[in-house]
Design a protein around this ligand. Sequence first.
Ligand code: SAH
Ligand code: SF4
Length: 360
Amino acid sequence: MGKEKDILGLTPEELGKGLEAHFSERDQPAYRTAQVREWIFDGLASGFGDMTNLPLKEREALAQSFSINEPEVASVAKSKDGTVKHLWRLGDGELVESVLIPTEDRLTLCISSQAGCGMGCTFCATGFGGLRRNLTAAEIVAQYRASQRWASEEGRGRIGNLVFMGMGEPLANRKALFPALTILNQGYGVGARRITVSTVGLVPGILELSKRPEQFRLALSLHAPSSELRRTLIPLEDRYPLPEVVSALKTFDEAGGKRITFEYTLISGVNDHEHLAPQLAELAFGLQAFVNLIPFNPIPYQDWEPSPTERVKLFARVMEERGVPVAVREPRGRDIDAACGQLRAGALSKEHPPEGTPLS
Ligand code: SAH
Ligand code: SF4
């Protein structure tokens, strides 16, 4: 990497301006800008050498001023159920993961926003390693491009949905997330309603997202319907207590009919007591939120187990009875550790937890 501008982190507008200036300085026709834009956003070009309808001299000149930095594939794991996990090695050697999840009618990509995560949720494998660093907008976008290229080569079609449910807390990295959302939406044409930002409840981030004119979707990883219980699972409760989070969600909701989803991971004997189901339903009803019940994925250093199926069904029934739309998520990609909460990018060894890591 040199001092060239990394194209993947530029919004279409910034890229357009940068290219216009570049080509006009070189006395090139204006349509060169459109050619390059097309190669980047539609052709998913991974280098200027690919841009075969540009003269060789122009390809070389572009490479002097701009760069296209793609992550290396460190590994690809394919699950029996069709889920595919990519482990990407970034320019400085950091590792992040993204997961392609095929369902009946579409392909969903789950991407990472940070290497590691600093939120320390007690049920999450990513959280145990702490935050290593924020990703750049280019590194977020690059996961999408490389995954789409891979999917096309494998005949898996187009990525229809994008969820920020990989490693990291997206709203803790708004400096990169916000331009990345613009680039994915305006540049690569992923509809805003098909992009979901999942957060553990960073209030300033929720409020900022609600100011965006696009209808990006928001998922709140709730996991507890009361502050008291939430505190034991999500340390962020001390900074942003549940009532504040709920009020930020109301603002988000009022800003323009964007449906909110609650993610609720059911952990046996921890947050699946019967009396919690009506509390969850009440919270969701008040915000007209959709509830996703997720079976807990056991992680190393924590002996919690998923709730029994009967209990999951009971929660689902209580939601339905109270008029709350609900879905029970199927665990996907478990055989390759690709499920939510299992993304650790190989940074931690199963046998040797890092020193000072809380185990419960
Ligand atoms: N930091 C963001 C996004 C990444 S986590 C967030 O927390 O929302 C993606 C999802 O995986 C979240 O809903 C998170 O709560 C869930 N998750 C984390 N660990 C899990 C586990 N062990 N089992 C099931 N889901 C888990
Ligand atoms: Fe971070 Fe989300 Fe895991 Fe919490 S659940 S530690 S916010 S990745």
